[in-house]
Write a protein that binds this ligand. Structure first.
Ligand SMILES: CC(C)(COP(=O)(O)OP(=O)(O)OC[C@H]1O[C@@H](n2cnc3c(N)ncnc32)[C@H](O)[C@@H]1OP(=O)(O)O)[C@@H](O)C(=O)NCCC(=O)NCCS
Length: 173
């Protein structure tokens, strides 16, 4: 299995994750967002020429008040750059084979590169209710909500993994 940037020639039409929004995004919007609008970047896990999973990322920022006191301690009081994991899904045919884990590790490696090249204090994901414990396994913890409620339906949990934890985990590998 290979993880690489989405190509215009990739056939996305057969992808079925069981989540209609995540499927529609890959079928209709991931290409134009990436190649025309540059809103985000999608990476695909490809097996035998088939898209088995995908993840979409974009740079963003968080307010320091959203971080736990332990993480916020040494950081300045202005918006902090992060890498946002905007969407991730694995095709139902390919579930439970470690593809989600590999896509997430790929994103954590991207965050380390972003930190070196442009600055990045960690990765943020808006986790769907059924995926919160998936992200917890990797050390993600809920962020404080600072303004109003999430507009996501069903409501999502904003979760954060600090860059220092990503670097510590990659040293143990
Ligand atoms: C969540 C998702 C990406 C996981 O993909 P996957 O390829 O099946 O996951 P993996 O095989 O890499 O699983 C890695 C580990 O996470 C666990 N896991 C998988 N899905 C999980 C979930 N929804 N909740 C909790 N743990 C989960 C696996 O049991 C495995 O644990 P193990 O290492 O102890 O065996 C996939 O189930 C999916 O596409 N779900 C629908 C869309 C979705 O919820 N996306 C996330 C949006 S925020």
């Amino acid at each position: 299995m290979e993880i690489r940037a989405l190509r215009e020639s990739d056939d996305r039409s057969r992808f079925r994750s069981g989540d209609a929004d995540l499927d529609r995004f890959l079928h209709k919007y991931a290409g134009q967002n990436q190649f025309r609008h540059h809103i985000g970047a999608t990476y695909v896990a490809v097996e035998a020429n088939r898209v088995a999973g995908y993840v979409t990322v974009a740079p963003g920022h968080i307010e320091i008040e959203q971080l736990s006191p332990a993480v916020r301690k040494r950081l300045p009081r202005y918006p902090l750059p992060i890498l946002r994991l905007a969407r991730m899904a694995v095709d139902e045919t390919f579930r439970g084979r470690g593809i989600g884990r590999q896509l997430l590790r790929f994103v954590l490696d991207l965050a380390v590169r972003l930190a070196v090249d442009f600055g990045c204090v960690g990765v943020v994901v808006d986790a769907k209710p059924g995926a919160v414990s998936f992200y917890e396994q990797f050390g993600f913890a809920p962020l404080e909500l600072i303004e109003g409620h999430s507009q996501a339906r069903p409501p999502a949990t904003a979760m954060f993994l600090p860059l220092s934890d990503i670097q510590a985990a990659s040293k143990k590998k």
